[in-house]
Design a protein around this ligand. Structure first.
Ligand code: NIG
Ligand code: FE
Length: 411
């Protein structure tokens, strides 16, 4: 038998590589892609595809002109939570603001109560339903945050569920410790003591058990201030964990600039980000993760500074922010539509936001988010002619096939 370069090859496809090749979307219009041992092992035009590759591979699949994109990446979610916030939603519809609800002790704290009351098994089951919806849409990599436990036992419970989801689903799961999401009621009036706990007890224990791939904080008037953010970032850095931040969502606190001093992977939300913050992002290579679901659901009117982010070449990612309070949407393609209609991103920018730039926001650049030799063989096949169609439909768009680590997912 001749040397086998690929075990499977998909032929006659429009490859949306998202890799730089001077074409929009990194397009290879009449292409083929081969995989071996969970990686992409060959990719190019049909004309350049050697006969030996076809002859020696076990499986050749004719795509009949369909699109192939990289596996989609949701780089910011709060997938695991107990309960829901429907009554708070109704209050907001009557005019109460997200901040008012939070200051009254509702909001994140309500989900903390429900999450603490839920068993690990319950949390696994309810998160599985949401994760399956994302998988069915072509998401092959997801970030999952803790942040509704807010004590050691319950933060660990959430992160264990996240790790188990990564083991039992074919999806790659990146976990983030968000102990500094909100001040839990038992520490009311003493956030310094709680931050102590986060930095000195929770984070070291979580790092010791390899439960988190990164550390996040909510830096905001209703959450934690700049000094507290700095302490959390110092502790994370000491433990070798990369940082990211929920910043400038409701007001401009300067959290983004601080996060950039620590080489943050991403700064997320950013509606109130100023030019100084944007310049720091450009310097540190921090990805701007925009969350159109939260913008829409909280009826925010201040747009993130898209033009300036573009002008300074800050990479932009898009995510669901899936959570019960500000973005109850298990659809990343719905976010793609919103990123174009609400934020004026081009369909190409929006797609980069859930592929190549989302990979960078998770520190997975080179491995995920693009079609290139050596990258993980996560491919999604779509019965479409134009990649802009991915942001055109408002919801309920489904791929024809999903391949993760080279394996076709049976659905
Ligand atoms: O990303 N902004 C802070 N955290 C979440 C919301 C969490 C919640 O309301 O439960 C967010 O929007
Ligand atoms: Fe969030």
């Amino acid at each position: 038998m001749s040397f086998q370069l690929c075990s499977s090859v998909w032929t006659n496809a429009k490859l949306i590589t998202m890799d730089e090749n001077n074409q929009p979307y990194g397009l290879i219009s009449d292409g083929a892609i081969g995989v071996k041992d969970s990686k992409i092992s060959w990719l190019g035009t049909m004309t350049n595809l050697p006969d030996t590759v076809i002859e020696s591979s076990d499986d050749v699949i004719d795509c009949g002109g369909s699109l192939i994109t990289p596996g989609l990446i949701d780089c910011h979610t709060h997938l695991i939570f107990g309960g829901n916030r429907i009554s708070e939603f109704e209050k907001r519809l009557k005019g109460m603001s997200y901040e008012e609800i939070s200051r009254e002790g509702g909001g994140i704290r309500a989900t903390v109560d429900a999450t603490r009351a839920a068993s690990e098994e319950d949390l696994f089951e309810s998160a599985s339903v949401r994760l399956q919806k994302l998988l069915d849409e072509g998401i092959t990599t997801i970030e999952i945050k803790s942040g509704y436990g807010l004590d050691l036992e319950n933060e660990i419970k959430m992160l264990r569920v996240a790790r188990r989801l990564g083991e039992e689903f074919p999806i790659r799961v990146q976990t983030t410790f968000l102990g500094a999401h909100s001040l839990p009621s038992e520490h009311s009036g003493n956030s310094a003591r709680y931050i102590d706990l986060v930095c000195k007890e929770m984070m070291p224990e979580i790092a010791k058990n390899a439960l988190a791939d990164a550390v996040d904080i909510f830096c905001e008037g209703i959450a934690f201030n700049l000094d507290e953010t700095r302490r959390v970032f110092e502790a994370a850095t000491e433990l070798g964990l990369p940082v990211k931040i929920h910043a400038e969502q409701l007001s401009n606190q300067g959290g983004t600039k601080l996060a950039c001093e620590f080489g943050a992977l991403s700064a997320d939300h950013l509606e109130y980000l100023d030019e100084e913050g944007i310049k720091s992002m450009a310097r540190s290579g921090t990805v701007a993760v925009l969350l159109p679901g939260a913008f829409y659901f909280l009826r925010e009117t201040k747009l993130p500074p898209i033009e300036k982010l573009r002008a300074y070449n800050v990479p932009i990612a898009i995510a669901t922010d899936l959570n019960p309070g500000s973005s109850p949407s298990p659809s990343l393609l719905m976010m793609l539509n919103m990123a174009t209609t609400l934020f004026n991103l081009t369909p190409e920018e929006a797609l980069a936001g859930i592929t190549i730039n989302a990979a960078t926001a998770l520190g997975l650049q080179g491995q995920k988010g693009k079609l290139a030799v050596g990258a993980d063989a996560d491919l999604v096949i779509w019965d479409m002619e134009d990649p802009a169609e991915l942001s055109y439909w408002i919801g309920n768009t489904k791929p024809t096939s999903i391949i993760i680590a080279g394996k076709l997912q049976v659905r």
